[in-house]
Ligand binder design. Structure first.
Ligand code: COA
Length: 192
């Protein structure tokens, strides 16, 4: 990987802007981070304003990747500045050249392809800027919207882990998706 990696922001796509998080983003993040239906399959519970503030401080700090455990956080906005989504890239162990990607978007702006467009731009950063070898997404089996998102992006389903975790009070099964950097050029150019 190309380290340290600090992306040149903002990144612009046809309809979106990917930028760093700012202190003022708390009010826009809270509605979709506090919505119980929107956090069913993410690793946190519906956030209170105080919890959102703490989480935002971590996102603001997530500006570069240089060491194991680092994360890169990106706010996704429309051209008019409306914040519609939240992206993260984690690196668990640099030696493997692998990143894990995650997302949560505001359902008020769902169903328009914004998440697909934004995650595609993040994967482009991961493969061409950071020069990661492999990107993975770990998706709850019940999370059909995220499974479709991975499929639209050309990610390969590699595993179906049956009842592999106790998650939010019950057993959950996980679908693992992945993409290699050499597979990226073919998928990068597909329409949203
Ligand atoms: C996962 C999540 C981001 C997907 O949101 P989404 O709105 O389905 O995704 P997109 O913004 O890419 O929109 C795609 C949908 O818009 C439709 N669409 C409409 N206009 C479109 C356009 N111009 N371009 C592309 N897609 C368009 C697509 O057909 C697709 O619908 P479908 O899935 O019914 O086929 C969202 O459900 C979410 O934030 N969930 C909660 C957090 C979460 O679970 N995170 C994952 C943890 S692993």
């Amino acid at each position: 990987m190309q380290l340290p990696f600090t992306p040149q922001l903002p990144v612009r796509t046809d309809r979106l802007i990917l930028r760093e998080f700012r202190p003022g983003d708390v009010d826009a993040l809270l509605p979709f981070h506090s919505d119980p239906g929107n956090v069913l399959y993410v690793p946190f519970n519906a956030r209170t304003p105080e919890e959102m503030q703490v989480a935002l401080e971590r996102k603001i700090a997530g500006t570069s990747i240089a060491a194991d455990g680092d994360h890169l956080d990106l706010a996704v906005t429309l051209q008019d500045g409306t914040l519609v989504g939240d992206l993260v890239t984690f690196v668990h162990a640099l030696e493997h050249g692998t990143v894990e990607v995650g997302w949560i978007f505001d359902p008020a702006h769902g169903g328009r392809g914004y998440a697909t467009e934004a995650v595609r731009a993040m994967l482009h950063l991961v493969f061409t800027g950071l020069q990661a070898r492999r990107a993975v997404a770990r998706v709850d089996e019940r999370n059909t919207a995220s499974r479709r998102l991975c499929e639209r992006l050309g990610m390969r389903q590699e595993a179906h882990l049956v009842e592999n975790e106790v998650f939010k009070g019950g057993l959950s099964s996980e679908i693992d998706f992945a993409l290699l950097s050499r597979e990226w050029p073919a998928t990068a150019t597909q329409s949203v």
